[in-house]
Ligand binder design. Structure first.
Ligand SMILES: Nc1ncnc2c1ncn2[C@@H]1O[C@H](COP(=O)(O)OP(=O)(O)OP(=O)(O)O)[C@@H](O)[C@H]1O
Ligand SMILES: [Mg+2]
Length: 483
């Protein structure tokens, strides 16, 4: 639910707001003066303030100035019936999120409010991340005892105290974002915002406006002015994920912010100054993009001041065991249950796997195994077939008729067979596994026994009558006659 605070001395406006924002998702509080509004802010803790500029008592501008002192991050939208560019500029300079002219169009008003609430939400997410980091578990938040991870930890410690730009590289799922957040957490900016932008997930045309914001009318569809991530993040840390996926124009703008701390909103020409620390990440070789002239070389050097490379999990297999234990504990705590145990055999299988999806994949496998596991231990049969069925390149691969689960009590040939069947079923969501398997068993038994129903029934361990029913049910007679 979002909280709106309306500060306006006109009762008409208060009534119409109550009508417009009568929704279970919004809690609207009203104040009739700047003084009353200022008193309400610490109590209500609004996500967004909408305020008239001309009111009896202290003016909207003055109230805005004081709001800024109480809470520099609270978003404020100013409204007035007497719009002059001067007040608009003044309002924006004082850090208003937006500026609205009365009388307002309801649709537009709702749009602006939703837009602002989204921005407020983004900023709040940042704040709410901190308690999690400060919890006792933070120390173990990044798990790894391998030499490679020790190196990563040292680098985090070294860069955290500086404002240097850091470039984090590594395959997908290796923990790049986790490392970025750790740098932030240990930096002197840890009480300022941390925002993440995934450059690959945002369409090219929108990325620039996401980062730098845009002015009203900057392009078709830009009906509202928008504050970009750089502005929202002033004083804080901006995590640019998948940095390789930026257009040359955006690259140029980023370079400029890095060099001079200034930029303009899209469609605007007032240079804005920000103080933002950038941490970038990529899972693609940026050097190659530079060589292919897809990525600006000067920007690359600017970002690459400190390079932290996180090696893939298969190159630090000794971390697998630790990670598994960590995830088991973490999920148990989330579920408020006792952690399940895991046999050495299963851990060995996990260590041998090549983990193309790295730690994220391991985390998902553990999560899934916990769902599938029946008892209080995770068995080989609780792992996906592609992991349980192969033991990596450095161990001898099991033959199909030997038990796969060497060292794992209880696992038999049937288990590995079942796993193969599950693999089959997973590939075909429409498949009904049991009837499909049953049909195949009946069919093959009849083929093996050259259509001798007595022998086939014996082979299958069912009565001849049951066999006949199955033959009928699955339409097998026809199939055998055809062949
Ligand atoms: N060393 C680690 N210790 C504990 N958890 C980890 C570790 N590395 C990664 N994880 C977990 O694995 C998941 C993936 O990590 P993260 O999102 O940081 O990876 P990424 O490198 O940014 O991946 P992508 O390139 O796909 O965006 C997260 O849930 C993260 O908490
Ligand atoms: Mg990531």
């Amino acid at each position: 639910m979002s909280k709106l605070l309306l500060i306006d001395d006109e009762t008409d406006v208060q009534y119409s707001f109550q009508r417009i924002f009568d929704s279970p998702e919004i809690e609207l509080t009203t104040a009739s003066s700047g003084e009353e509004g200022l008193k309400l802010i610490p109590k209500v803790k609004p996500d967004l303030v909408l305020m008239d500029i001309r009111m009896g008592g202290i003016s909207g501008m003055e109230t805005l100035r004081r709001i800024r002192q109480i809470d520099s991050k609270l978003l404020v939208i100013l409204m007035t019936a007497y719009g002059t560019t001067q007040t608009a500029i003044e309002a924006m300079k004082l850090g208003a999120y937006d500026y609205l002219l009365k009388p307002f169009d309801v649709v537009k008003l709702k749009d602006i409010v939703n837009n602002a609430l989204k921005a407020a939400h983004d900023m709040r997410q940042v704040v709410s991340y901190q308690p999690l980091l400060e919890s006792e578990d933070y120390e173990s938040g990044i798990v790894g005892r391998s030499e490679a991870m020790q190196q990563v930890f040292k680098m985090i410690g070294q860069v955290a105290g500086t404002d240097a730009t850091a470039l984090i590289t590594g395959e997908s799922g290796t923990g790049k974002e986790l490392v970025a957040r750790a740098i932030y957490h240990h930096s002197h900016r840890s009480n300022q915002p941390f925002l993440a932008v995934n450059c690959a997930a945002i369409p090219e045309q929108l990325l620039e406006s996401e980062l730098f914001g845009h002015e009203r009318g900057a392009f078709t569809g830009a009906t509202l002015q928008r504050v970009g991530k750089f502005e929202q993040c002033n004083g804080g840390t901006l995590f640019l994920d998948e940095i390789g996926d930026m257009t040359p124009a955006t690259q140029t703008k980023i370079l400029r912010v890095l060099q001079s701390g200034t930029f303009e909103r899209v469609g605007g020409n007032t240079p804005l100054k920000v103080d933002v620390r950038i941490i970038a990440a990529t899972n693609k070789p940026l050097e190659e993009a530079v060589a292919a002239r897809e990525f600006r070389e000067d920007l690359f050097y600017r970002l690459n001041v400190v390079r932290i490379h996180i090696p893939p999990l298969r190159e630090r297999r000794e971390d697998v065991r630790l990670l598994v234990n960590y995830f088991l504990k973490k999920f148990a705590r989330d579920q408020e249950s006792e952690p399940k145990s895991i046999s050495t055999g299963v851990v060995k299988t996990l260590e041998a796997y090549h983990w193309p999806g790295n730690v994220r994949e391991l985390e998902n496998v553990v999560r899934r195994a916990l769902v599938v596991a029946k008892g209080d231990a995770i068995l080989l049969s609780d792992l996906p077939g592609e992991i349980a069925g192969q033991s990596g390149s450095n161990t001898s691969a099991p033959t199909s008729n030997a038990p796969v689960a060497a060292g794992d009590a209880g696992a038999t040939d049937v288990v590995s067979l079942t796993r193969k069947l599950f693999q089959w079923a997973r590939k075909d969501p429409k498949l009904k596994l049991i009837p499909a398997v049953e049909r195949e068993l009946v069919l093959q038994a009849l083929k093996e026994t050259a259509g001798n129903q007595v022998q086939a029934a014996k082979l299958l361990g069912i009565t001849r009558a049951t066999l006949r029913k199955r033959i009928e049910k699955f339409g097998i007679q026809r199939e055998l006659n055809l062949k």
